[in-house]
Design a protein around this ligand. Structure first.
Ligand SMILES: Cc1cc2nc3c(=O)[nH]c(=O)nc-3n(C[C@H](O)[C@H](O)[C@H](O)COP(=O)(O)OP(=O)(O)OC[C@H]3O[C@@H](n4cnc5c(N)ncnc54)[C@H](O)[C@@H]3O)c2cc1C
Length: 428
């Protein structure tokens, strides 16, 4: 049976970025990517809002996102591959309490050279035709909604198209003679002793054993290294062999609203913030409902990443919940943006975050010839290129990965045993 140098499980953005960087660094290596679905990026990558930001207090977050975004910019500007990368900015709408909590963090970041701009509530009310105060709104008070005190606009932030990114990595990987098998479901791992004794049922606990590939719906695939980049499905495969990865799935829902009315069109094409002439990716004060604009498609996506008591649970075909929009998101949204009044979502959908429950940062580690790449916790698109480079450095046994632009990243910092990540203070 053929033995690949590496088999990558998962053709989402993380699996493809990893496969691409491994192949680029090891052109002679035989690399096979497999995915149970029929094409690339059809898992949670396809469900993403694809927003990014390059301002973080945590150096880990900053390096992962900023280097990835700079690579995407290079692909689009220098290699002329349209990734629909748009610097439309982030607009965080903050209540007074939130602003005071973040003020020092933001000031320190400004001293380090990060740029942002503050907007007063009145300016926001006028530019966005939004409500920033709820003086005589008993309902808003009952809902515990906070008045907008300031807006923080981050220019080095925006949106990208996950499908274009996926296609870029897939095509480049194939051009380098990488192989991909779609419709191949991995059911488990091939586990073998390093020194087989040909006794029934081996390996036994007294034998040194390793992962020697995967068992799939199309038969076994042997590989020197197995790379698991199965996103939200990662723990279900690892639990079976007793490897803890601290990754748990959590459902996330998106509700697209078409900008069919003049008021919504005016909001979508708010000119004042960016050169794209559209409203930035906007986040409301707590509860942080977000608005993601698609000016070309004349649509907004709205969503909310709920926590307690949302279960850590994987649904093979996750369903959206009508009440989550009608009694949740909608009620909050219209208080700030009355333009959304009576608007119903068209074709809502749900996916999963693969959440790293330790610290919300990605996980990249190796155990018994298995490399695990995942746990991007809702920011896998904006960090995918760096994650792929770090996984490729681990594959090669290097201590440091060189991210796009030449910045170094210690590979073990995202491992489980020697993990070293800086906590994020700029959580909005
Ligand atoms: C609603 C939502 C909004 C998001 N918004 C953003 C955002 O604004 N910005 C951002 O940066 N990130 C965002 N994310 C997160 C981002 O989409 C993910 O971090 C990223 O797509 C994860 O990529 P992945 O390759 O790890 O996972 P996936 O894309 O899910 O890929 C995993 C692949 O593994 C395959 N697979 C699984 N099990 C098996 C098996 N047994 N056999 C074979 N194949 C298997 C699956 O079919 C899938 O294709 C969002 C996610 C969601 C759900």
């Amino acid at each position: 049976m053929v033995e690949y140098d590496a088999v990558v499980v998962g053709a989402g953005i993380l699996g493809l970025s990893t496969a691409y960087h491994i192949k680029k660094e090891n052109p002679n290596a035989e690399i096979l990517v497999v995915d149970k679905l029929g094409a690339a990026g059809q898992g949670n990558t396809a469900k993403s809002a694809c927003a990014f930001r390059c301002i973080f207090s945590s150096h880990t977050n900053f390096l992962l996102a900023d280097s990835s975004v700079e690579f995407y910019r290079h692909v689009q500007d220098d290699l002329k591959v349209d990734l629909k990368l748009k610097f439309i900015g982030y607009l965080w709408l903050l209540c007074e309490e939130e602003y005071k909590e973040l003020y020092l963090v933001l000031r320190n970041l400004a001293q380090e050279g990060f740029s942002y701009r503050e907007y007063e509530a009145e300016e926001l009310a006028q530019k966005l035709k939004m409500k920033t105060s709820f003086t005589s709104d008993e309902e808003a008070k009952l809902m515990n909604l906070r008045e907008v005190y300031k807006g923080i606009y981050i220019p080095k932030a925006g949106t990208v198209d996950a499908d274009c990114l996926v296609r870029f990595y897939e095509e480049e990987f194939l051009k380098m003679s990488g192989k991909i098998g779609y419709g191949v479901k991995v059911n488990g791992f091939i586990i073998e002793p390093y020194e087989p004794l040909d006794i029934p049922g081996e390996p036994y606990f007294w034998q040194e054993s390793r992962i020697a590939g995967v068992k799939t719906s199309k038969g076994p695939i042997r590989a020197k290294k197995t790379i698991l980049a199965a996103g939200a499905w990662t723990p279900e495969l690892l639990d079976e062999i007793g490897i803890e990865c601290f990754i748990k799935p959590k459902k996330r829902q998106i509700f697209p609203i078409e900008a069919k009315t003049p008021e919504l069109q005016q909001l979508l094409f708010t000119k004042e913030f960016n050169k794209e002439g559209c409203i930035p990716f906007t986040i409301l004060p707590k509860p942080k409902v977000f608005i993601r604009p698609f000016p070309d498609e004349r649509v907004f996506w709205v969503g909310y990443s709920d926590d307690f008591p949302r279960a850590y649970k994987l649904e093979e075909e996750p369903k959206t919940e009508k009440n989550f929009y009608e009694y949740g998101i909608y009620q909050v949204l219209v208080k700030y943006f009355p333009q959304f009044k009576d608007r119903k979502p068209a074709a809502p959908f749900a996916g999963h975050y693969a959440i790293n429950t330790l610290d919300g940062q990605p996980v990249i580690f190796e155990e018994k010839d298995l490399i695990v790449v995942g746990g991007a916790s809702g920011s896998g698109i904006m960090k995918a290129d760096s994650i792929g480079r770090i996984a490729a450095a681990l594959y090669k046994g290097e201590e440091y990965a060189v991210l796009y632009g030449g910045r170094e990243f210690k590979v073990s910092d995202l491992s489980l045993k020697e993990r070293k990540v800086e906590p994020e203070k700029l959580i909005i």
